[in-house]
Design a protein around this ligand. Structure first.
Ligand code: FE2
Length: 385
């Protein structure tokens, strides 16, 4: 079996691979991620230019939507929505979100067979409703959506689209642009990480376990993830078919300020820290993004000297990986390659991770030291360590 097949089976196979996850909430995949931003038009342009997304859909004044403007971009299975409120029309929540958090992820939308059932099953188990199931229709069919709250001001919207053939959602029109920069090879969302407050990791991992039927794939304590100065803890939660992975981080005590605490200070509370996107060719993806202006985290100079000792033989050229600062880790099934961007926003909050899985299905901890040291180096430059 090829490496790629492994990745595909893991992320999109229908077999239930985590029987301990109680799958009363079958999730087909991530549907879309919606950011609330100060300027949706410019954000969409940045994600197209720098990260290789394509224009997909638009809703705003021209389509009859008065209170906000939304641009939707896509790359393979990933859909991102950028939304900016328009003045004076009662959408206080979006204004307040931007004022408090800066540009950030509001919605992690999950694609489900039955959005009504998803809402009933989760709210029955204690999830707080964000909105009840409702149907929207247009000439392309109907969509049912419902939503619940998760950490901070972040929400999950359940999207049922089996009776819909439109480009995105009702009331969006296709966004045709003459500017279509080529893809950077991003395929799908591998995982999305939430940062939560002191002592709240268990609250939120229990939330995913009890109200959404997820299993705890792995736990990292502060001894696993610490540098000389700072520490954090993390629990990786996974749904029954393995398509959705949500690591939950909380700060831990160290000599200096945890990078999770820095995030919480700048974001104004819990929120999405990073979006990990999968590629089949990380060297291509990273070189392409660098050409387009994306900045990646510095990796400690000695990191690559010990790679072969830790992971054995790999197909990629080590020198090329070193040039780009791409890290490698291995588990029982294979290995993975990964790299973090610098924050994509002015506040040191949201960043992207680029990940290529070559058999490895989990989260090895071999890279943590290097990854977190490099974040810490950036933190020191900001004077917040
Ligand atoms: Fe990650």
């Amino acid at each position: 079996m090829s490496d790629l097949k492994n990745v595909e089976n893991f992320s999109y196979g229908l077999e239930k691979i985590f029987p301990e996850a109680e799958d009363f909430l079958p999730i087909l995949g991530t549907d879309y991620i919606e950011y609330y931003v100060g300027n949706a038009k410019q954000a969409a342009h940045f994600y197209k230019t720098a990260l290789g997304f394509q224009s997909l859909a638009y809703a705003g004044l021209e389509t009859g939507l008065k209170d906000r403007t939304s641009y939707v971009v896509a790359q393979d299975k990933i859909k991102l929505v950028f939304t900016t409120p328009m003045p004076g029309t009662g959408n206080k929540e979006i204004f307040e979100h931007i004022e408090k958090h800066g540009d950030g992820v509001k919605v992690i939308a999950l694609w489900v067979e039955d959005a009504t059932k998803a809402w009933k099953e989760t709210t029955k188990r204690g999830a707080k409703s964000y909105f009840e199931p409702y149907k929207q229709t247009d000439d392309d069919g109907e969509i049912v959506r419902s939503a619940i709250h998760t950490y901070g001001d972040t929400v999950h919207i359940f999207v049922e689209r089996r009776n819909y053939k439109g480009v995105f959602l009702p009331n969006f029109e296709s966004w045709e642009s003459h500017y279509n920069p080529p893809s950077c090879g991003l395929k799908y969302i591998d995982h999305m990480v939430g940062n939560v407050g002191w002592g709240e990791m268990n609250t939120w991992s229990n939330f995913y376990q009890n109200t959404m039927g997820f299993a705890n794939l792995i736990t990292f304590d502060d001894k696993d993830i610490s540098t000389h100065f700072t520490a954090l803890m993390s629990k990786v939660m996974i749904n029954g078919n393995g398509r959705i992975k949500f690591p939950i981080n909380e700060p831990a005590k160290g000599i200096k300020k945890s990078q999770i605490e820095e995030y919480l200070d700048f974001y104004g509370g819990p929120g999405c820290q990073h979006i990990a996107v999968a590629t089949d060719d990380i060297v291509f993806t990273v070189s392409e993004m660098k050409k387009r202006g994306v900045e990646f985290l510095y990796v400690p100079g000695t990191y690559s000297d010990t790679v072969t000792d830790r992971v054995g033989e790999i197909a990629e050229d080590l020198k090329t990986l070193k040039e780009h600062g791409i890290m490698v880790d291995r588990d029982d099934e294979g290995y993975l390659l990964q790299i973090f961007t610098k924050p994509l926003t002015d506040r040191p909050t949201l960043f992207f991770e680029i990940i290529q899985r070559k058999g490895a299905q989990f989260f090895g901890k071999g890279n943590f030291q290097a990854l977190f040291e490099s974040i810490e180096a950036e933190q020191a430059k900001r004077g917040t360590l």
